[in-house]
Design a protein around this ligand. Structure first.
Ligand code: ZN
Length: 243
C-alpha cells in the first residue's frame, strides 16, 4: 500500500486542542441560552416540579430576584410562563393589562431592561379546561382563538415583552399576532413561534410545570406524531401564509 494512502486525512485537523478549536464550526456561550421561567401568582414559596428535578416554579414576588440573578451570570434572554390562579373558559387573564402575563413582562423589564423577554403566548395555563384556546364542545375554535391571541400579544408587548412567542398550535396565528401588534403601533415587537409540535407525551413535564389542567388531548390542533413531513406544511401554516 502506498504511503500516499489515504489521500484525505481529516484527523490532521484534530491532533491538538488548539487546532480543533480553530476548525470547530459551532460556538456556544451564554448568549445562546434562553432560560425558561415559570412564574406562579398568589404563592410565597418556590414550587418543586416533580417531573423536572431542579427546576422550580418561582413565586411572582421573587421574580425580580431571579431575573437579577440571570442577568448577573450573563444570561441575555428569558422565556416566561405564567402559572395562573385566575383561570376561566377562554383565558381572559392573558389580555388583562394587570393580569399575570402583563405583570411578568413588566417585572422582567423593570428589573433588567436589557434582558430579552420572550413571552410565551398561549392560553393553556389560563383556561379552566387546559386547552390552548376557546373550547367549543370538544374542539378548540381556531379562529376565535386568533382574536384572543392578538389581544394577549398586544398586552404582553405593551408591558415590555420584546418577543411574542406563540406556542398555541393555531393556524394563522403569526399573521394574526403581526396584524394585532402593527395595529397597536407595536411594529418593533418580534414574533417567534415555537408551536410546530407533536401531540406527544413528551410535553407532560412541561404541562406539569405550567400547572395545566388539560382535559382530553391536543390531537385536533397539534401534529400527529406519526406524520413527520407535516411539520413543513404546519410551520408554513402557522406563519399565516396558507389560510
Ligand atoms: Zn398551550
Amino acid at each position: 500500500m502506498s504511503s500516499q494512502f489515504p489521500a484525505v486525512r481529516p484527523r490532521r485537523l484534530r491532533k491538538s486542542s488548539t487546532l480543533r478549536t480553530i476548525f470547530q464550526e459551532v460556538e456556544f456561550d451564554l448568549r445562546d441560552l434562553v432560560v425558561p421561567i415559570f412564574v406562579e401568582e398568589g404563592v410565597s414559596d418556590f414550587g418543586a416540579i416533580a417531573s423536572m428535578p431542579g427546576v422550580l416554579r418561582i413565586p411572582e414576588s421573587k421574580l425580580a430576584v431571579e431575573i437579577e440573578r440571570c442577568a448577573r451570570v450573563g444570561i441575555h434572554a428569558v422565556m416566561t410562563f405564567g402559572i395562573s390562579h385566575h383561570k376561566d373558559q377562554v383565558g381572559s387573564d392573558t389580555w388583562n393589562e394587570d393580569g399575570l402575563v402583563a405583570r411578568i413582562a413588566r417585572i422582567c423589564k423593570d428589573t433588567a431592561p436589557d434582558m430579552v423577554v420572550m413571552s410565551d403566548t398561549c392560553f393553556c395555563e389560563y383556561t379552566s379546561h387546559g386547552h390552548c384556546g376557546v373550547l367549543h364542545e370538544h374542539t378548540v375554535d381556531n379562529d376565535a382563538t386568533l382574536v384572543n391571541i392578538g389581544r394577549q400579544a398586544v398586552i404582553a408587548a405593551r408591558a415590555g415583552a420584546d418577543i411574542i412567542a406563540p406556542s398555541a398550535a393555531m393556524d394563522g396565528q403569526v399573521q394574526a399576532i403581526r396584524r394585532a401588534l402593527d395595529d397597536a403601533k407595536l411594529a418593533d415587537t418580534s414574533i417567534m413561534a415555537y408551536s410546530t409540535k407533536f401531540a406527544s407525551a413528551l410535553y407532560g413535564p412541561f404541562r406539569e410545570a405550567g400547572g395545566s389542567t388539560l382535559e382530553g388531548d391536543r390531537k385536533t390542533y397539534q401534529m400527529n406524531l406519526a406524520g413527520r413531513r407535516s411539520a413543513n406544511l404546519c410551520s408554513t401554516r402557522k406563519k399565516g401564509q396558507i389560510a
